[in-house]
Design a protein around this ligand. Structure first.
Ligand SMILES: Cc1cc2nc3c(=O)[nH]c(=O)nc-3n(C[C@H](O)[C@H](O)[C@H](O)COP(=O)(O)O)c2cc1C
Length: 145
């Protein structure tokens, strides 16, 4: 079965205090892990107060139907696809949805990418996001890939 990987970037539309944000993101992760496991989708979600970046990987149909739902979600907007392409193997095989955003150090590293690109998705380098996510998920989840 051929595998695909989709990388996108979006702007956060969740308003409120930090605790409201944290609660919403936890809810997104719960749903994601439940659905993705069933669909054979793995990946990672990166969040700071301003934006999300996510990598979804799995069979094309599963990735596409998951992404269709995500795009409709009003908790974010300006969803920009950076890449969708076939891959040899999964980068996040053990994560139904790894998460980056708890530690301020990592949130800061993400902000750096945003700043250096002027938050212009066109200017974001998908390889850079990919490498960063892989690195950061490992860091935060405390697991070896
Ligand atoms: C930034 C972001 C990332 C999301 N990632 C996923 C995901 O990986 N998988 C998923 O099923 N839903 C994800 N969602 C949630 C979907 O938009 C949608 O609410 C959910 O799939 C509905 O599932 P349900 O019908 O089981 O409630 C995400 C939402 C946001 C805002």
């Amino acid at each position: 079965m051929s595998l695909y990987q989709l990388v996108y970037y979006s702007r956060n539309h969740i308003a409120g205090e930090e605790s409201d944000l944290a609660r919403e993101v936890e809810a997104i992760l719960d749903t994601s892990r439940r659905n993705n496991e069933r669909a054979g989708v793995t990946g990672a979600l990166l969040f700071n107060a301003g934006c999300f970046a996510q990598i979804l990987e799995g069979p094309l149909e599963a990735v596409e139907s998951t992404f269709e739902r995500i795009q409709q979600d009003e908790r974010h907007g300006d969803v920009s696809v950076l890449a969708i392409e076939p891959i040899e193997e999964r980068s996040f095989a053990t994560w139904a949805m790894g998460f980056v955003g708890r530690s301020s150090k990592n949130a800061y590293r993400f902000a750096e990418i945003g700043l250096s690109s002027g938050f212009d998705p066109e200017a974001l380098d998908k390889a850079r996001i990919h490498a960063l996510l892989k690195d950061l998920v490992r860091d935060e989840e405390g697991l070896a890939a």
